[in-house]
Design a binder for this molecule. Structure first.
Ligand SMILES: *[C@@H]1O[C@H](CO)[C@@H](O)[C@H](O)[C@H]1NC(C)=O
Ligand SMILES: *[C@@H]1O[C@H](CO)[C@@H](O)[C@H](O)[C@H]1NC(C)=O
Ligand SMILES: *[C@@H]1O[C@H](CO)[C@@H](O)[C@H](O)[C@H]1NC(C)=O
Ligand SMILES: *[C@@H]1O[C@H](CO)[C@@H](O)[C@H](O)[C@H]1NC(C)=O
Ligand SMILES: *[C@@H]1O[C@H](CO)[C@@H](O)[C@H](O)[C@H]1NC(C)=O
Ligand SMILES: *[C@@H]1O[C@H](CO)[C@@H](O)[C@H](O)[C@H]1NC(C)=O
Ligand SMILES: *[C@@H]1O[C@H](CO)[C@@H](O)[C@H](O)[C@H]1NC(C)=O
Ligand SMILES: *[C@@H]1O[C@H](CO)[C@@H](O)[C@H](O)[C@H]1NC(C)=O
Ligand SMILES: *[C@@H]1O[C@H](CO)[C@@H](O)[C@H](O)[C@H]1NC(C)=O
Length: 865
């Protein structure tokens, strides 16, 4: 038991100890120096003794406030112990990485001196110094840039000239394809440009042009790494532009190695940079001077100097902090191993940046063209070249690339927050401008501005709206998006507004590039395409027509609807003709004579026979059945007929009760044309439809065009439509607005839309004809379509659904209970029966009176005359 506790205690203490590494106040830091004997078989002893010598100096001169323990190793497979603070390794690239991986969990400060073309250890965890041969730094630099993700190219085409040796190009390819820092390998295409001093400049130019024209970015990708002499850069830039290889998506990185520090920048390339280009330059800024130092020993000493200096300063820091607080507090706040490592790393980096002299003559500079959106800056427009060249970073062998900005700023940040001028005008629901009392626009909304805001967010620009007063301008203050009523009333009132006839001034402004784009919805037309370019459509509007809503037919005559008129006629004829036939058969049958029972009543008269037949039809039977079999057979077959007729009538009647009968609506354009004699129609004036109808060859549309009739007064027109005499053809959404207004005014749904949709009208934004950003904008619009945002915005501005939107024309199909409407016909019949019987009784009375009068007269007359 006791032993268990002790073991547990020791274990806990051990854990605590390993996590809270001893403070520098009590324990000296330990550095492991690994000099790989396999990597440096000949220089090993010399280097080791030099290091020892330097350490003696460093401990004495630099590390004044503490000490450091040094452990030497001649191999890399060392067992990394907990109490190590730092490790300095001098070995091959692969072993450096292996050692780093092995010690990764121990929070060591790793300082590595390695060979060239070696991917650096993560910059925030270690210091790596590749020892690079003079004039061979290109592969290392490209590798470094790739490792830190300055360019993330999956595919690239390397264009190089014959100054680049085969060995060098192999190393470059290895650097840009090596799997490093989770950035996958790239696909590479190579293109060698040939030049020689024996060729004239014209020959070189035509050579280059021919070569470059074979590039197809679709297959090789749009990323170009150009490693050529300074003198050829301009030629390549010219042809690349001419061959349309430079645009908003393609990236060009020029690596120019034969510049010297005498070239202070690459300003001469400015004129070749155009709006929308992505071009960056890396150039050699190396100074060759006698005083320039370099080599492995120089770096080792510099690193050791940096380390001891940083350690010294860390010790001083800890002393100062510890002196200010109590011992308990110090235990709580003293740096962990991780903190100390970060602190040391930071200090060392600063030291190397500030005081590093080894290979500091070798520097390369990064510059990039800032081009996007500059064409529209007022201050730039007058100048000869629009682009600006920005310094974005530099590279040194000892600390690698130092970036102050992106190498391809527009690829990562789009327009970089530039303000672009756009032009617009009031045209709801596409563009809605809200003004305050003094007439200043205070709010932009509408579908187009919703899209513009999304574009500006994704492409990183802001926009400045220029307003063009259109002749459609009207009181815009009324618009209040919260109030649906007023929102769409606006649109109805302005139904003269279309996207087809638009202010010419806007086209001009976009065409002459006074503005970056037109933030207004335009109909895509061929003649406008001559002036400007359209983006991909933001919406497609269809035309349809507005007709009177089909009404339910009256149900008064429901009871006759199971049979057609012809059937009813036949039925009547049958009853009437069956009576006499029965009478004849009954009369001529000798059976009655034989039996001696021929009476006077019963079927002895034609009327009675007809009444009998009628009674049998209604399944009422009759008093008198004929005695003779001949007549009975006839009646029997009549009963069968009655059965069939009766059953079909009842069945049909039920069906008609359940499914109300509706007017036959006009739903298609062909049906509309069939009604050319009874209907008139009109379509929106100054619309795309009108223009299309004027030129169309289609027979149907010719008829629409030729037989159209204008109704100028809108109110009148709607009344005509309601009455079913007129049809109006326009955009579906405009008709929806009219329907909504009609519904709100009268609270009835008298209008309906045709089912046919025809003549799609594409609506797009406009940009100037040669803008490089069209494909960028189109991509964004496509994304907006894909996520359904444009559709949603459009619906936001459309009238909300109400009961008139019901597509179904047969309503109340289910659970129809029979009501008076359905029954009224039978009551009419009853009333008719009353009426008829009154008439008959009246005539009977009259007749009787006349007869008795005559009798009286004939009786009296002899006495009077
Ligand atoms: C720490 O280093 C100093 C100077 O090198 C030395 O005098 C001292 O004995 C060392 N302390 C320990 C605990 O190793
Ligand atoms: C960079 O310039 C220096 C000095 O002009 C030159 O010695 C060195 O070879 C150049 N580097 C490359 C990679 O060409
Ligand atoms: C190299 O370092 C020395 C010493 O810090 C400094 O004087 C010199 O200007 C540096 N050279 C370059 C090219 O940075
Ligand atoms: C927009 O550009 C600015 C300036 O370059 C940049 O700081 C910012 O991060 C960019 N925003 C986006 C979303 O890319
Ligand atoms: C209208 O808006 C403009 C710009 O915001 C402002 O200068 C002006 O004072 C406003 N007018 C009124 C009457 O609010
Ligand atoms: C605009 O509408 C407001 C409110 O309905 C009204 O007061 C104002 O006079 C109108 N302005 C014009 C120019 O019609
Ligand atoms: C919307 O505007 C109409 C007409 O101006 C007004 O009668 C109604 O009260 C408003 N509705 C709301 C919710 O503001
Ligand atoms: C572009 O056209 C507009 C409208 O016609 C005009 O005011 C402007 O001065 C023109 N700008 C240029 C640069 O031609
Ligand atoms: C822009 O318009 C021009 C001229 O109408 C046309 O030649 C060109 O192909 C259009 N550009 C795009 C990207 O559609």
């Amino acid at each position: 038991m006791f032993i268990n506790v002790v073991v547990a205690l020791c274990f806990v203490l051990n854990v605590v100890k390993s996590e809270t590494f001893p403070s520098l106040l009590t324990t000296n830091a330990t550095i492991a120096i690994v000099i790989d004997k396999e990597y440096l078989p000949t220089e090993y002893d010399e280097i080791k003794s030099k290091i020892e010598e330097y350490l003696v100096y460093a401990k004495r001169e630099i590390l004044r406030h503490g000490g450091v323990n040094v452990q030497f190793y001649a191999w890399t497979a060392i067992n990394v112990k907990r109490d190590l603070t730092a490790i300095l390794s001098i070995t091959s690239c692969a072993k450096t990485w292996a050692l780093f991986k092995a010690s990764e969990t121990e929070n060591l400060l790793h300082m590595a001196i390695s060979e060239q073309d070696c991917a650096r250890l993560p910059q925030n965890e270690a210091i790596t110094i590749p020892i690079i041969d003079k004039g061979q730094e290109t592969p290392q630099m490209l590798l470094d840039l790739r490792t830190i993700g300055v360019y993330k190219w999956k595919k690239m085409i390397i264009i190089y000239d014959n100054k680049v040796s085969d060995d060098m190009i192999t190393r470059i390819i290895r650097s840009v394809t090596k799997q490093a820092n989770r950035i996958g390998a790239s696909g590479i295409s190579l293109m060698k440009l040939f030049s020689s001093s024996s060729l004239s400049i014209e020959e070189i130019r035509s050579n280059f042009k021919e070569k470059l024209s074979t590039i197809d970015p679709k297959t090789v990708g749009g990323n170009f790494l150009v490693i050529v002499s300074f003198e050829f850069v301009e030629i390549i830039m010219e042809y690349a532009k001419e061959l349309k290889l430079v645009d908003t998506l393609n990236q060009w990185l020029y690596v120019i190695s034969d510049t010297t520090n005498k070239i202070t920048g690459l300003m001469r390339f400015k004129r070749l940079l155009k709006e929308g280009d992505n071009v960056a330059f890396i150039y050699n800024n190396t100074i060759s001077k006698k005083s320039c130092k370099g080599g492995m020993m120089c770096h080792i000493e510099e690193i050791l100097a940096g380390f001891t200096k940083s350690l010294d300063s860390a010790i001083v820091d800890e002393f100062e902090t510890a002196a200010q607080v109590s011992e308990e507090e110090w235990e709580a706040i003293r740096p962990t191993k991780q903190d100390r490592k970060n602190d040391l790393l930071e200090k060392m980096k600063k030291y190397l940046t500030d005081y590093g002299v080894c290979d500091n003559c070798t520097t390369w500079k990064f510059e990039t063209g800032e081009t996007w959106g500059r064409e529209y800056l007022d201050s730039i427009r007058s100048e000869h070249s629009i682009a600006e060249i920005l310094q974005v970073g530099s590279w040194r062998p000892s600390d690698g690339p130092t970036m102050s900005d992106e190498l391809f700023p527009h690829i990562s940040h789009g327009f970089r927050g530039k303000t672009l001028p756009v032009v617009s005008f009031h045209n709801p629901p596409w563009q809605i401008l809200k003004v305050n009392e003094s007439g200043d626009v205070i709010e932009y909304s509408g579908i187009v501005f919703d899209i513009m805001r999304e574009l500006s967010k994704n492409l990183n620009f802001t926009f400045n709206v220029e307003i063009v007063k259109s002749h459609f301008q009207y009181n815009v203050t009324r618009y209040n998006p919260k109030n649906e009523t007023t929102a769409f009333l606006d649109v109805i009132e302005s139904s003269g507004i279309s996207t087809y006839t638009v202010p010419q001034e806007i086209l001009e402004l976009v065409h002459n590039k006074s503005v970056a784009m037109g933030a207004c919805a335009f109909t895509v037309t061929e003649e406008n395409k001559k002036l400007i370019n359209f983006t991909s459509p933001i919406s497609i509007q269809f035309y349809t027509f507005l007709v009177a809503r089909p009404r339910e037919l009256s149900r008064a005559l429901l009871f006759i609807s199971p049979f057609t008129g012809g059937t009813w006629l036949c039925l009547a004829a049958t009853i009437i003709s069956m009576g006499p036939i029965l009478y004849c058969i009954h009369k001529y049958s000798p059976v009655y004579e034989y039996k001696g029972i021929r009476g006077k009543g019963g079927l002895a008269t034609i009327q009675n026979c007809i009444w009998y037949m009628y009674g049998a039809l209604l399944q009422q039977g009759g008093m008198h059945l004929p005695y003779a079999d001949s007549a009975r057979i006839l009646i029997g077959s009549w009963w069968l007929v009655v059965l069939v007729i009766g059953t079909s009538y009842c069945g049909n009647l039920v069906a008609f009760l359940t499914f109300p009968k509706i007017d036959i609506p006009i739903t298609t354009i062909d049906e509309l044309i069939q009604h050319v004699d009874t209907l008139t129609w009109s379509y929106g004036k100054n619309t795309f439809l009108e223009a299309q109808l004027q030129v169309t060859k289609d027979k149907t549309y010719r008829i629409i065009y030729e037989h159209s009739k204008d109704v100028t007064d809108k109110r009148n027109m709607i009344n005509l439509i309601k009455a079913g005499k007129h049809v109006h053809i326009d955009w579906k959404i405009k008709l929806q607005y009219i329907m909504k207004q009609q519904f709100q005014e009268s609270d009835t749904c008298d209008l309906a839309l045709g089912a046919d949709e025809f003549f799609d009208e594409q609506i797009a934004l406009i940009v100037s004809p040669d803008t490089p950003y069209l494909n960028k904008i189109n991509t964004e619009i496509k994304k907006l379509h894909q996520v359904g945002l444009i559709q949603k915005w459009l619906e936001d501005y459309l009238p909300k659904k109400d009961k008139c939107w019901k597509k179904k024309r047969s309503v109340e199909v289910n659970n129809h209970t029979v009501n008076l409407d359905d029954m009224q016909g039978s009551f009419f019949i009853l009333a008719l029966g009353f009426l008829l019987s009154f008439i008959v009784i009246f005539t009977e009375k009259l007749w009787w009176k006349k007869v008795t009068n005559k009798e009286n007269n004939s009786e009296v007359q002899p006495f009077t005359t």
